[in-house]
Design a protein around this ligand. Sequence first.
Ligand code: GTP
Length: 466
Amino acid sequence: MALFSKLKDRLFKSSSRLEEGLDAIVTEGGTADPAVPAPDKPERPAPDLPQETPPTPEPDLPEPAPEETPAPEPEPEPERTPEPGPDLPRPSVPPGRPTPDLPGPTPDEVPQPAPDMIPTPVREAPRPAPTEIPTGTPTELPPGITSAAPARGGLMSRFFGGRGEAGKADAGKAEAGKPESGKAASAQPTLRRALDDDMLERLEELLIASDMGVDTALRVTANMAEGRMGQRLSTGEIKTLLAREVTRIMEPVARPMPLYPKKPQVVLVVGVNGSGKTTTIGKLASQFRAAGKSVIIAAGDTFRAAAVEQLEVWGQRAGVPVLKAGAGTDPASLVFDAMTRAEAEGVDLLMIDTAGRLQNRADLMEELSKIVRVIRKKDPSAPHNTLLVLDATTGQNALSQVETFRKLADVSGLVMTKLDGTAKGGVLVALADKFGLPIHAIGVGEQIDDLSPFDPEDFARALTGA
Ligand SMILES: Nc1nc2c(ncn2[C@@H]2O[C@H](COP(=O)(O)OP(=O)(O)OP(=O)(O)O)[C@@H](O)[C@H]2O)c(=O)[nH]1
C-alpha cells in the first residue's frame, strides 16, 4: 500500500479534530457572506490571506449568481491545490528533498568534505539539509522497500488519496451549510467570522488541545492574526493560514539523517519503552540495505529476551545480521564487541538498539551514558547519529523526553513514530518550535515500509486539513 496514502489516511485524525474545532469557531460567531448579485467578484472577503492558496475560492462569494449567470465558476476551484511549488509534485525522485532521505547515498556521494571529519563537526554545523545527504539514494531506496508502492507520492497525495471517504464526508458537511469545502459550497453561502480577540482565544485553545503546546500555540495564532484583525475569515482561509504557519515552523527541522563516509557509521537509537525503537531500526535497516549499504544491528537491550527476539525478527525482515549477547550481559560490553566486528568487517552502518528507559530511571540513564563512553573509546567521533525515537501518541510528554535524552546522549535527530492513529500530531510542531532538532523520519504504521521522510508542507496540510 502506498506509504503516503496510508499516512494521509491516518493523520486525518489530527486534521479532523482541528477541522471540527475550526468549523465550530467560525459557525459560532460567523455569518454568511452577503449575496452579491451583480458584478463579478470585486470583493472577496479576505483577499489578503490565502493569497497563493485561495482555499475558499469562488464558490462562496458569487452566491446569488447561480442561476442568472450560468457560469458560477468565476474561477474553478482547482486552484485549491496550494502546492506552492516544489514539494508536492515529487515523483519518485523528489526534486529538492531526497525522499528516502533516511538511508543514504553511497559513501562517495556524501557531500561531507573530508571523510574523517565526519561526525560531530557536521552535526553541529547545520547541515545543508537534504541535499548534502545522499542524493542518489532516493532512487535506490524506495525500490527495495516499497516494492508495493514504488511511486509513492507526496504526503498530501497519500492523505487525500486515503481520505477518500473522509473527504466526501467533508463535502457533505460543507453542503450542510458549514464552511466551504470546494465545490460543495457553491450552493451554500460561505460562513465567515471577523477575527477578534475571542476568536483568537478559541484558536489558541484549539491548538493547545491538539498538543501544540501553549507557547507554540500563542506564537502561531499571533502570527496568523498579524495584520488581519477585523477581517472576515472562513474556515478554509483559517486552515490555510494555519498550515502556512506550521510549515514555517517545521521547514527548518525537516532534514534527512545524514550519512558520513566513516565506516562504520554508528547510529545509536534511544527512547523510552515502547516508543518504537526496534521497529524503527528494522525499517531503517531495510532502507539502508535497499540503498546498497551493509548494516549490522546490535541488540543493546540485553535484559529483555523478548526485545532481542523482536529485533532478530526485524533483522531477518531487513536482511541484516543482529548481534546479541547473553541475557544480563552489560550492554556496553556488547556494544564494544559490535564496534569491533563492524570495524573488522568494514560495514557501512552499525545500528545500536538500546533498552527503553524512562527519564526518571537514573540507573538506566547512567547505563546509556556508559554505552556512549564505550562507543567513543572505539571511535571518538561516534556515535555519528543519536536518534531519539518518540511516540507521537504521548503528546506533550515528548517534550520532557527530548530534554532528558538530550542531556545524556547528545541527541542529533528525532524519529516520530505512530503518527498514524493519533490526534496529537501537533506535538511535532511544539518540538520543532522548542528544540529545533532535525526530524529525520516519521513512523506511520507497523510495516517495514511504514517509515517516511518528513515533509513539512505535507504534514502541515494534513494536520490542519487545509
Ligand atoms: N501504529 C504504529 N505502531 C508502531 C509504529 N512504530 C512502532 N509501532 C509499534 O509500537 C510497539 C512498540 O514498538 P517497539 O519497536 O517494540 O518499541 P521499542 O521502543 O523498541 O520498545 P522497548 O523495547 O520496550 O523499549 C510495537 O507494537 C510496534 O509495532 C508506528 O509508526 N505506527
